[in-house]
Design a protein around this ligand. Structure first.
Ligand SMILES: [Fe+2]
Ligand SMILES: [Fe+2]
Length: 203
C-alpha cells in the first residue's frame, strides 16, 4: 500500500470510527494514531501506515463480553481459556474481522496489526510495533499505571528502536503477571521471545 492510500484509508475509516466508537475510545484511537506516527517520524521512517493502524486498532473495543465471545465464535476465532475468562482480550481479533468484512479493509499488515495488538506478534513490521508501543504509552494509561512511565521515557528517545521498547513492555507485563501469580497469554510470550532474539541478533 502506498503512502497516499494509507492516508485515504485513514480519512475513510476515521469518519466511520467517529460514528461507531464511544468518545473516550475514539479519543484514545486518535492519540495512538498520532503517537505511532511520531514514533516512526522520530526514527526517520514513514508515519502513514502506523497512523492508520493506530487509528483503527480499537474498532471493536466498545463491544460487550457476550458480543466479543459471539463474534469470535461466528468468525471461527480460536478462544483461549484466558480469553474465555477475559473476553476483552478478543477485541483485537474481532476488530480485525470487522475491519475486513464490515469495513472493507484489505491490507494484511493493517488487519494483522489490529488482530494481535494486545500482545504483539512476531511477524509485525515496524509500523505495527510503533502502534503497539503507542497504545501502551497513551498518556491516559500512564496516569492509570505509573509503572509504565519508564517505557514512555524509552519511546521519547529516538535512538531506541520501537522493537526494543516493545521488548521492554513485554518483559514488564511478564514480570507483572509473575509477581501477581497470573497466567501469561502464549502470544505475549511469543512476542517477547521474538523481540529478545531479534535484540540478540542486532547485538
Ligand atoms: Fe485495544
Ligand atoms: Fe488501544
Amino acid at each position: 500500500m502506498a503512502k497516499l492510500e494509507f492516508h485515504d484509508e485513514l480519512v475513510r475509516l476515521r469518519s466511520i470510527l467517529k460514528e461507531i466508537l464511544p468518545e473516550p475510545i475514539f479519543a484514545h484511537s486518535e492519540r495512538v494514531s498520532i503517537l505511532a506516527g511520531e514514533l516512526m517520524t522520530d526514527r526517520d521512517a514513514d508515519p502513514a501506515e502506523a497512523e492508520l493502524i493506530g487509528l483503527v486498532h480499537d474498532v471493536a473495543r466498545h463491544l460487550t463480553n457476550s458480543e466479543w465471545i459471539n463474534e469470535a465464535t461466528r468468525y471461527g476465532i480460536l478462544i483461549h481459556s484466558l480469553e474465555k475468562n477475559h473476553p476483552v482480550l478478543l477485541h483485537g481479533p474481532v476488530g480485525a474481522r470487522h475491519l475486513k468484512w464490515k469495513y472493507s479493509v484489505e491490507s494484511k499488515q493493517v488487519l494483522d496489526g489490529v488482530y494481535y495488538h494486545t500482545f504483539g506478534y512476531p511477524t509485525y513490521n515496524e509500523a505495527s510495533w510503533a502502534m503497539f508501543v503507542a497504545d501502551k504509552i497513551d498518556p491516559e494509561k500512564i496516569i492509570r499505571n505509573r509503572a509504565l512511565q519508564p517505557i514512555a521515557e524509552m519511546a521519547a528517545d529516538r535512538n531506541i528502536p520501537v522493537t526494543d521498547i516493545a521488548l521492554a513492555y513485554t518483559e514488564f507485563r511478564v514480570a507483572e503477571a509473575s509477581t501477581e501469580g497470573l497466567e501469561v497469554h502464549p502470544l505475549l510470550l511469543a512476542a517477547r521471545s521474538f523481540l529478545s532474539s531479534k535484540h540478540v541478533q542486532l547485538g
